[in-house]
Design a protein around this ligand. Structure first.
Ligand SMILES: Cc1cc2nc3c(=O)[nH]c(=O)nc-3n(C[C@H](O)[C@H](O)[C@H](O)COP(=O)(O)OP(=O)(O)OC[C@H]3O[C@@H](n4cnc5c(N)ncnc54)[C@H](O)[C@@H]3O)c2cc1C
Length: 373
């Protein structure tokens, strides 16, 4: 049996595991275990790659805002190209969603009403009469997810870390003050710290380690790519309804991503798109945009995994040295730089600084405490 001793083991090499490994690697040698043949095969490779300030749970918003500086100015050598490209977000309200949008404008930072003819100037395909009110968040951007993910993995490797692919942790136990993880090939990795960054499999990994789950629920989201016909959509804002029942985002001049913003409960799995959800996406989009669709160029689905209160779970669990880094839901990309920074601070027992307000909100033990109360 091969045995590899490290300072920390991270389970899962999606964006959560990658940022955790990169931030931990400043002071520790990290083994990053990934079940699949490639890192980023699951949720991380399937996202819409957008940063939206007014999105998600209260702790997600703290991480999102605190991550902005990283996207603007990543460390030297982190990536060859910029990590961000400006793309405003426009929310449309049909008559029955006007009150919802007004509430979003009142609560949101940097969100303001915008005349509908201004929206039509940006998106000529907008059907007259679809929306009664529109609002814009100008300060949003596309994220180069592949560049960020690779950048974090490179950082971990450069500091002496190891990325072990095809290495599902199938047995996890604590012995002699260290956590041990045995992979499918029989190799055993040990370290005083283990980080559960297994995405949709987060609760499964806890169970394998003999610990209580926190109630993670993976939810399938579907997306497809269509040709926007006569339109060049490259510079369109991300556009969706205030009721979160559809959105579109340009992938290229002639490629428009369309999603029904679905949230279908799922077990952890290699999520596949359902034809019905693709049809719903196109139908809802076509109620708002005059775009004929003769062919779906590409379709996919991924799992967005939520804790019971839809906040993240970052921090130590019930057992010494077992850290959670799960529940990134629909905001794992935009929160990643700050979330990894907090995880590393908590592992090191350091002051979380500007992220202090997020600590109680993302405490993994909050669910057990609530159940016990
Ligand atoms: C359609 C869609 C659109 C999205 N849009 C956005 C967006 O615009 N902006 C944004 O910020 N976020 C978005 N997200 C959310 C984002 O993609 C996720 O929050 C993020 O990818 C979660 O990353 P993760 O590393 O936790 O999970 P994953 O990428 O799923 O990684 C978990 C990894 O753990 C591995 N694993 C599991 N069990 C084991 C084990 N026992 N041993 C070893 N490895 C294991 C898995 O193989 C997997 O690779 C979107 C998601 C979807 C599906």
């Amino acid at each position: 049996m091969e045995h590899h001793a490290f300072d920390a083991i991270v389970i899962g090499a999606g964006i959560a595991g990658a940022t955790a490994a990169a931030h931990l690697s400043a002071t520790r040698r990290v083994a990053l275990l990934e079940a699949e043949e490639t890192a980023g095969y699951h949720a991380t490779g399937r996202s819409a790659a957008i940063w939206i300030r007014n999105y998600g749970s209260p702790d997600a918003r703290i991480f999102t805002a605190a991550s902005r500086g990283f996207f603007e100015a990543p460390p030297p050598g982190f990536a060859d190209a910029p990590l961000m490209r400006a793309r405003p977000v426009v929310h449309l309200a049909p008559a029955d969603q006007v009150a919802d949008l007004r509430a979003m404008i009142a609560e949101g930072a940097d969100m303001r009403e915008i005349p509908l003819d201004r929206v039509r100037a940006m998106v000529p395909a907008l059907r007259p009469g679809y929306a009664a009110l529109a609002a814009i968040e100008a300060d949003c951007f596309d994220i180069d997810v592949a560049a960020m993910h690779q950048g974090f993995l490179r950082q971990a490797r450069a500091a002496g870390g190891a990325l072990a692919l095809r290495s599902r942790a199938g047995r996890i136990w604590r012995q002699g003050g260290a956590w041990h993880a045995e992979t499918a090939s029989g190799a055993v990795f040990s370290a005083p710290v283990v980080v559960n960054a297994a995405g949709a499999w987060g609760d499964e990994v806890a169970r394998i380690a003999g610990l209580a789950p926190i109630g993670l629920q993976p939810k399938r989201r579907t997306a497809c790519i269509i040709d926007p016909g006569a339109h060049d959509c490259a510079d369109w804002p991300l556009l969706g309804d205030a009721g979160h029942s559809w959105y579109v985002r340009a992938e290229a001049r002639r490629k428009l991503m369309v999603s029904p913003a679905d949230e279908t409960d799922s077990d952890p799995c290699d999520a596949q798109p359902d034809e019905f959800d693709v049809a719903v996406a196109v139908d809802r989009m076509q109620q708002a945009l005059e775009i004929p669709v003769s062919r779906i160029e590409h379709r996919w689905a991924g799992l967005r995994s939520f804790t019971p209160d839809r906040g993240l779970a970052i921090g130590v669990g019930t057992e010494k040295g077992f850290f959670w880094m799960v529940g990134q839901g629909g905001y794992g990309m935009q929160t990643a730089p700050a979330a990894g920074r907090l995880l590393a601070a908590l592992v090191a027992g350091q002051d979380p600084g500007d992220l202090a307000a997020a600590v109680p909100l993302c405490d993994p033990l909050r669910f057990a405490r609530k159940a016990a109360a």
